[in-house]
Write a protein that binds this ligand. Structure first.
Ligand SMILES: [Zn+2]
Length: 264
């Protein structure tokens, strides 16, 4: 078990081991999270823990050669949660720059494919920007997954609309992995009711718009954590890991030329 873990976690390797691994595998996973309020019932590191867990499980699920998992970026763009104590936020510029430089370093050591596994929606603009610039300046394949590979499957498991933050989904996934850190007795529902369908997060016609969470929800919750169960959480993890593993397996076996040319 120890040996298996060592084989895919970059931070646990020595430099000669990293060099040897990158001669047999050219794909890496970069988990990016956040340190921010998740209501009165979930820990501040929920997004960071979840992004790292997903990356590690995907790497573990694949047969050798497994992709390498880069060290977690535990901070994200969380200005909208700053009214809640404990939130640590960095700017879009800082996150973009950090991830850009991580990507360029990886490319310099032979990485050809970088999958950014994003655990926090607020990071998406910065990560897309970074991914674009990594591709521009190093030519490697770079993409961002904020759940797009599995969202369509997970939607059907969830009872509440607008389950955007610390609600049914995130509380379920936390119950499945770290029930000792979930304070269900403090979980309370807050389902936002938006004044326009164009502002409604669950509408397919919704525009991108931004607000400080406190303006919408005094507890910091957007969704219904009381509907959360460990069973739902296990199913969500199973789906997310399976979909992302499938995608990473496909990418792993493609050269850059094939990614651009081959049609499925
Ligand atoms: Zn979260």
């Amino acid at each position: 078990m120890k040996q298996e873990q060592k084989s895919h976690t970059l931070g646990e390797l020595t430099w000669p081991e990293a060099q040897a691994r990158l001669e047999s595998i050219d794909i890496v996973l970069l988990p990016v999270g956040a340190t921010e309020q998740h209501g009165p019932h979930l820990p501040l590191d929920t997004d960071a823990f979840d992004a790292l867990h997903l990356a590690q499980e995907v790497a573990c699920s694949l047969p050798d050669p497994k992709p390498l998992v880069l060290p977690l970026v535990p901070y994200g763009v969380s200005y909208h949660h700053m009214d809640f104590c404990g939130t640590i936020s960095i700017t879009n510029e800082t996150l973009t720059r950090l991830v850009y430089e991580i990507g360029l370093s990886a490319a310099q050591h032979g990485v050809k494919k970088l999958i950014i596994i994003n655990g926090h929606g607020g990071n998406t603009p910065a990560l897309k920007n970074a991914a674009q610039m990594i591709n521009r300046d190093s030519g490697i394949f770079t993409c961002v997954d904020t759940g797009e590979t599995s969202d369509v499957d997970i939607g059907g498991l969830i009872e509440t609309p607008n389950d955007a933050h610390a609600g049914e989904i995130e509380t379920s996934t936390s119950l499945a992995l770290r029930p000792q850190l979930v304070q269900m007795e403090k979980a309370e529902a807050f389902i936002p009711d938006f004044s326009s369908r164009y502002l409604d997060f669950s509408s397919s016609r919704s525009v991108e718009w931004y607000a400080r969470t406190e303006k919408i929800s005094s507890s910091g919750v957007l969704g219904d954590p009381t509907k959360a169960t460990s069973e739902k959480g296990k199913e969500i993890w199973r789906i997310m890991i399976a979909q992302l593993t499938r995608f990473v397996a496909e990418l792993r076996d493609l050269t850059l030329e094939e990614i651009y040319e081959r049609r499925y």
